[in-house]
Design a protein around this ligand. Structure first.
Ligand code: BGC
Length: 252
């Protein structure tokens, strides 16, 4: 089944048509920068432009960079505070006329990897970490999603949340080399390992494209692998989540 998947991030909003049964991307990725305000109306307008670009009829799956419960935004993440409490499904449906299924972005990326990527068939606790504007996390136990894990929110060294110190946006803001930033990221992974003792960690998000530049700095006990769907995992996972929710009524 061909579905439109959209991945919303702090710096870009990306979409593509996906075969939600095989996890294959059927078109090129179409990307529009996230509006600077990061406010609901401005972002809904970009969603409309992306949907229109594909000349597509049908439901849309969408990964969203905050805690999402039943389609409602529950935390600001790195977006504008005014998102909290907004029913994202309804807002995007009103803007586009399409039915939307919205889930957390890292949960969506993990979902793609667990179904079609390196996580396929992996038992135990698998944690997907996405590196972008924030640090996202998706947790799967024996293949089943535990929604809205928020490992990037751990307070660290006077920072309100560790993602402010160790995400890609911190690297950019402080102009850090991969060597310097990679050490921070490894520290984050060490904390994750201490807190949840995963069996496998999968690295996705925009910065996973640069895996070769920092993977030598990762030094923890747990196996750490790159999501081979890389930053497409968010788009593919969003489409897959949409298919599953339509057919089973919930994300499993
Ligand atoms: C949010 C998460 C999100 C992550 C990556 C964080 O700021 O709290 O919900 O998954 O950014 O976008």
């Amino acid at each position: 089944m061909e579905l439109l998947g959209i991945d919303i991030g702090g710096s870009g909003i990306k979409g593509a048509l996906v075969n939600a049964e095989t996890g294959e991307m059927l078109t090129d990725r179409f990307r529009i920068p996230t509006p600077k305000s990061r406010k609901p109306e401005a972002m809904a307008e970009v969603i409309k432009q992306i949907v229109d670009h594909f000349d597509y009829e049908g439901p849309v799956g969408c990964g969203f960079p905050t805690i999402v419960k039943n389609g409602v935004c529950m935390s600001p993440g790195n977006l504008d505070e005014s998102w909290v409490g907004v029913n994202i499904d309804e807002l995007f449906t009103a803007a586009t006329g399409h039915e939307f299924t919205v889930v957390n972005d890292a949960d969506a990326a993990g979902y793609a990897s667990m179904n079609y990527g390196v996580g396929k068939g992996k038992e135990g606790l698998v944690i997907m970490i996405t590196i972008g504007t924030g640090l996202g996390s998706g947790a799967f136990f024996n293949g089943k999603l535990l929604p809205n894990f928020e490992l990037g929110q751990i307070p660290y060294k006077g920072y309100k949340k560790i993602e402010l110190w160790a995400a890609a946006s911190a690297k950019e803001r402080e102009n850090l080399s991969f060597e310097k930033w990679g050490k921070r990221f490894n520290k984050f992974l060490k904390l994750v390992e201490t807190i949840v003792a995963p069996d496998l960690i999968i690295i996705g998000g925009g910065t996973s494209k640069k895996w070769k530049e920092f993977n030598h700095l990762i030094d923890i006990e747990t196996d750490v692998v790159k999501a081979e769907l890389m930053n497409h995992a968010g788009i593919i996972g969003a489409a897959v989540a949409c298919l599953r929710e339509h057919h089973h009524g919930h994300l499993s």
